[in-house]
Design a protein around this ligand. Sequence first.
Ligand code: ADP
Length: 264
Amino acid sequence: SYMLHSFSVFLDDLIIGKGLLLRDITKEAEIDTLKDNLISLTSHEFKTPITNIRGSVETLLREDVEWDPDFERELLVGVHEDIERIQHLVSDWMDISKIESGTMFIERNMVRGDQIIEKSIQQIPKELQNQLEITFQNKLAEPVYFYGDKIRIQQVLLNLMMNAIRYNDQVIKKIAVTLDQSATDIIISVKDNGIGIEEDHLEKIFTRFYQVDVTGTRRTGGTGLGLSICKGIMEAHHGKITVESERGKGSTFTLFFPLGEEGV
Ligand code: ADP
């Protein structure tokens, strides 16, 4: 069977290519497509930060000029950002290949629901805090514990919260995190007041490289890999991730961790 994909290739914030891909969704073809996509997309995405770093370092190394310390600092801040961007790409790439090869191994930590949420909230970069109103509602009277990989779960939660901030036009970006429990699952949801997602796109946002890509809504040089990694991590926990959204109203992403999964 076949699947139609639309994709865009970005260089910084410029769309430098757009395409439709008719994809044979047999496993082998999928891996080939994945590799092609990774190579073509990431080589573009690597190029810009590396070029920037090189330019800045060459400037700083010039012996014939005395640079203003403020200017030097500005260049170093840029270099730091570019290095972070490259690290992000590399770790996304490694996560995808682990998911793809079935070697996304999950640590069996005893996770306390409210604590993992609070820790993840603390990881939101400080410079974003002033435009953010984040609430955590714990619907459970007693502390709840489940087995899972602390680092990976924090990665998923931080990713959802960063998306909630990124795809949000409001002056004050609101995120409401809730912790709840059903007969079968621990349920964590992340709700935002952001731009929302049209129904046509909802199913597809968990697909690798898929970006809704409405002109003007693209904030950062994302890769379209984040949610597919979240999905892979949730599946490795024998759990799942779902989304509800309405364009212009906001989105809610929900994580389900099965209870009583001693063997995860
Ligand atoms: P990236 O953010 O790198 O583009 P993701 O896999 O994290 O990749 O997300 C895929 C797409 O889903 C995004 O490009 C965006 O269009 C859409 N999306 C994700 N989270 C949200 C959100 N909270 N609100 C609106 N759109 C979102």
